[in-house]
Design a protein around this ligand. Sequence first.
Ligand SMILES: Cc1cc2nc3c(=O)[nH]c(=O)nc-3n(C[C@H](O)[C@H](O)[C@H](O)COP(=O)(O)O)c2cc1C
Length: 353
Amino acid sequence: MFSLYDLFKKLAFAMDAENAHTKALHFLHHYPEIAKFVFHSNEDFSDARMALTVGKVNWKFPVGLAAGLDKNGEAFDFFSSLPFGALEVGTVTPRPQPGNERPRLFRYPEEESLRNCMGFNNHGSDELYRALENFSRRQTPIGVNLGKNKDTPAHKAPEDYRILFEKFKGIADYLVVNVSSPNTPGLRDLQKASELKEIFSEIQRVRTNVKTPLYLKISPDMSPADLPAVIDVAKEYSLDALIATNTTIMPERGAGGVSGRALYEKAKSMRTHCLAALSETPEIDFIGVGGFSSFEQLWDYWKEGGRGIQLYTSFIFQGPEVLYSIYRNIDAKMKEYKVHSINDLMAIAREDK
Ligand SMILES: Cc1cc2nc3c(=O)[nH]c(=O)nc-3n(C[C@H](O)[C@H](O)[C@H](O)COP(=O)(O)O)c2cc1C
């Protein structure tokens, strides 16, 4: 059946991708109630059985919103009305910055993928802080994804992360150090263990007695051989979770990072390496992201020992239906196996080899 979302998508996809994105966020920001009418299903998705703890945060559903869709926290009201387990906003940088030249967002509709070279365009940390302060109806946990300004030299990057950590530690439900975007020159060099140590030891100066969970988000293009050193840093600085992955470079398509179905296999391979490397480290949780678009993929990920996931690109192509359909499938599996919690269902998936 042709839904209101299909109509909305038809209009949006007739526009340039970034224009559509900006206009959609404007609509969600100014008219959340109309947006809810357009996007909501009349089913009720508030369901205590779907809750789980991810990275020491209580999610209400195993699927969260990945960073970059609502960089400035403009549409909290709308997104928290959907059955997302958690919302990640940002990447935010200490100071506002315009990002890279346009065009910088491209669609591949036939394979439900995107390529972006946005370059951390955002309104800066003061504005995001105000948006968080002004949003009083927090039904869904909100994480803030942190990045350095483009004009901050590499040796000063740790300072940018420390400034952001200190600013958001009291207002966010979790914080993420992002060193994995391909669109800020030199950023991914910060994934080296020595550079990560500089960042986390600088953050550590303002982290004593802070309970806000701290995560690290990594790239699918990192060599798996470098992973053990990264996990050692995560252990040394008591990080609460690793997020994998960010977008992948595909230079044959042009600059920037690719997300969606075209990323799935590469991200999956990195996730498998991460889950294996973290199997003896239960204190560091893991959040899978990159190409997820269906319940079958979530089940596959649970079979491998994964738990919570995030998505972005499939939401652009499928709208909230991607969440609704995952919900219905989880519900059906719970009934099939007569279990009443996500933890029990994940245990069944792990046995389903
Ligand atoms: C247009 C766009 C902008 C993004 N911006 C950010 C960002 O600012 N920070 C970040 O950590 N990830 C960003 N991402 C990456 C996503 O959070 C996610 O890691 C990636 O898209 C893979 O997930 P997906 O295939 O479900 O989209 C962005 C992705 C897209 C498509």
